[in-house]
Design a binder for this molecule. Sequence first.
Ligand SMILES: Cc1cc2nc3c(=O)[nH]c(=O)nc-3n(C[C@H](O)[C@H](O)[C@H](O)COP(=O)(O)O)c2cc1C
Length: 367
Amino acid sequence: MNPLVESANALKLGLFCTNGTGASQTLAPERHTAPSWERSVRTAHAAEAAGFEAVVPFARWKGYPENRPEHPSGMVLDPFTWAAGIAASTERIGVLATSHAPTVHPIVAAKQAATVDLISGGRFALNVVGGWNRPELEMFGAPLREHDERYDHLQEWLQVIRRLWSETEEFDFHGSFFDVVGGVSQPKPAQSRIPIMNAGGSARGMRFAAEHADLCFLIVQSEDEAGVRKQVQGYKDMARSEFGRDVQVWTHTVVVQRDSQAEADAALHRFSVELEDTESVDAWMRLQGANTEVMPPEILAAMRQRMAAGAGGFPLVGTAEGIAERLEMLSTAGIDGALLTWVDYDAGLADFTDGVVPLLQKAGLRT
Ligand SMILES: Cc1cc2nc3c(=O)[nH]c(=O)nc-3n(C[C@H](O)[C@H](O)[C@H](O)COP(=O)(O)O)c2cc1C
C-alpha cells in the first residue's frame, strides 16, 4: 500500500530535503552543513512512527554560489539511490525520488523507479522536474531549454517512462526529443501506476501538473484561506475540467515551533535574517533572474527571508496550537499534503510530533 494514495488522512504530511542540508540558507550554527545518511534514516523512522505519509528528497547537482564546491547548497545525496536506501530501511512511509528530465535518460529513470518501487513493496512515487538551474545543466552539456519547452521535453520523457512501466512488448518511440528503438524495461514496478509529483508553477507548468501529476506541488502565495483556496482550486479545476482527473495538491512549509509566538518569531528572524547565508541567497536570486534593482525593497526583503528560511515554504511559525491552526487553514483551503522542513530536523520533528500531531488528530485532520 502506498500511503500517498491510500491514506485517509485529510491532511497528509511529509519530510522534505533530508537528502541534503535542508531547505534553509542560513549560517546558524545548528544548520546541517553536510548530508548525513544516519540522519536521513533516523528522521525517516521518526516520521514513519509519527504516521507521516511521505519522505521527499530534492534533486540538485550543484550548489548556488559559483566556484564553491563545498557550499552546503551543493551537498546533496542522489535521490534515487537515497530513496532505495530509505525504502529498504522503512516499512510503511511513502518514498519519493526527484528526477530531472534533462540529466537522466528515461530508460534509466524508469528502471531505477521500478527498482525502488519493488524494494519498497509499492510505496514509491516520482517527483519530476524539468530543471531551471543553468550551471547544473551546463555541467551535463545539456541545454537549459526555453521555459515552456522544458515541459514539452519533460512530457515526452514521462511518456516514455510510463510506456516502459506498463508495456510488455518491445516498442519504438520517435518523438521530438527521444528516439527509442525496441524499448522495454523489466521487471515492472510493484504498483500498476507509480504516482507522479510535479511542482510546475507557471501557466505551462501548472498545465503540465494538472495533466500528468497525481500530486501537484505549489508554493502557497497567500496568507489567507480564500487566497490559498483560489490557488489550489486552479489546479484541481483544471485537472478535472480539462483532463478528467482528480489531483492532490501539496505544498512545502518551514516549521519554527516554540513555546510562545514571540520566541518563534525571534527564532525565525535569527536564522533567516540575522544569520542569512547572504552569499547563497544572492546567488539564488541571480540564478532565478530576480531583478533586485527594480523590485520594491519590502518585496525583495520578504522574498529573501522566505528563501533563506526554507526555499519559499509556507511559514509555520509559532506555538504548537498556532501551527496546528495554520495547517487546518491550509487543509480547509483544499491542501491535501504538507511537506515539512526545519533548520534542525531531529529536534523540530520531535517537537512537532509531540505538540502539533495530537492537535491535528483532535481537529480530525489525521487519525
Ligand atoms: C516544493 C518544490 C520542490 C522542487 N524541487 C525541485 C528539485 O528538487 N529540483 C529542481 O531542479 N527543481 C525543483 N523545483 C522547481 C520546480 O521544478 C519548478 O522549476 C518551479 O516550481 C518553477 O515552476 P515553473 O517551471 O512552472 O515556472 C521545486 C519546486 C518546488 C515548489
